[in-house]
Design a protein around this ligand. Structure first.
Ligand code: GCU
Length: 332
């Protein structure tokens, strides 16, 4: 989907009564909400969100519904974040890397080493005491509220050659998400970082604009990146994090009862996502292998050493350090 098409598509469907901002004004008036996602319909995020939408319709007797638009149909994450702020889209899944650009505190959870596992991550990022202020921090500036998140699983490097050590990444152009921290991360790991939107990565790998990328096994398979970068080298450098965001006015316009149904539905959705994740990862590995991909181990110690300085370099404020420390304190 090209940027131009996305804008047209938005213009075509964003100005009617199906845009919730205009219909929900009476407080509990209800709305058909649109949710922007950059994953395919096979991805656990789509499945959990789609179920969330169906349950919400039932629980609110159709006062609220959620239509999930996959594959960047409503725009890549940077655009989706803007659209949620201006109310032309109600909800979106965006990576923590996007939010880091609006509030540097989010970098604490985008930092390699913040989370030991998916379970640890989910516990921290749904702990109101840790994240309460963080999740409301964009309301005044951007009209965006954060509701919680989905894991991105463990991310590793892939390309057309085996990577064993940071030296193997010398001269390699590796796609990263649009985040200063993750640019620094790839450079620390020995490569040369190219920030880029998710949906452009396949073509860039195919054409040689990129030599590699980094992601979890599920996206590696569902985005078909394994076709153009068949060696997945398990650097395991990061447990990544996605957030569900909502237009703050839309959230506040819900009646107490509908808002409770919405929040309960979301809790069930991220729990379902966590349950689906491990199996989806195993399945993605098997499917990518069947498609010709290989998965190799790396010199884990060499990479751990390479990325160790990132904490000091990128977590410089008290609030960043407090969030990172809170995450570490919750590790078992
Ligand atoms: C993961 C994550 C996405 C993110 C993507 C990326 O797939 O779930 O939210 O956009 O990585 O690397 O851009």
């Amino acid at each position: 989907v090209t940027a131009a098409f996305s804008v047209l598509a938005l213009a075509a469907c964003g100005n009617g009564s199906d845009s919730s901002g205009s219909t929900a004004g009476g407080g509990g008036g209800g709305a058909d909400m649109r949710l922007a996602l950059n994953q395919t319909e096979e991805h656990p995020s789509f499945i959990a969100l789609d179920n969330f939408g169906q349950k919400l319709s039932e629980d609110t007797e159709d006062r609220y519904s959620i239509e999930v638009y996959p594959n960047e149909e409503l725009g890549a994450q940077a655009e989706a974040l803007q659209y949620v702020g201006d109310g032309s889209v109600d909800l979106a899944i965006v990576s923590g890397t996007q939010l880091e650009n609006l509030n540097a505190d989010f970098a604490a959870f985008n930092m390699p080493g913040a989370f030991d596992s998916v379970e640890h991550q989910m516990e921290v990022i749904h702990d109101e005491e840790i994240v309460g202020d963080l999740y409301t921090s964009l309301e005044e500036s951007n009209n965006v509220t954060i509701l919680g998140g989905f894991t991105q699983g463990t991310r590793s490097i892939y390309s057309d050659k085996e990577i064993r050590t940071p030296e193997d990444m010398a001269g390699m152009k590796v796609r990263v998400q649009e985040s200063p921290l993750h640019i620094g991360m790839i450079e620390a790991m020995g490569g040369s970082a190219t920030p880029m939107a998710f949906g452009e990565v396949y073509t860039a790998l195919q054409s040689g604009v990129l030599d590699g990328a980094e992601n979890n096994e599920v996206s590696y398979f569902t985005q078909k990146h394994f076709e153009v970068a068949p060696v997945y080298s398990r650097t395991n450098h990061l447990v990544g994090l996605d957030y569900l965001i909502i237009n703050t006015d839309v959230l506040e316009s819900m009646s107490e009862e509908d808002r409770q149904a919405f929040l309960d539905g979301w809790t069930a959705a991220h729990q379902e996502h966590t349950q689906l994740w491990a199996e989806a990862t195993d399945q993605a590995i098997a499917d990518a292998e069947a498609g010709g991909a290989t998965f190799v181990d790396v010199d884990a110690e060499a990479f751990a050493e390479a990325i160790a300085p990132l904490q000091e370099e990128f977590l410089t404020t008290d609030s960043q350090k407090a969030l990172f420390d809170a995450a570490r304190a919750a590790a078992k």
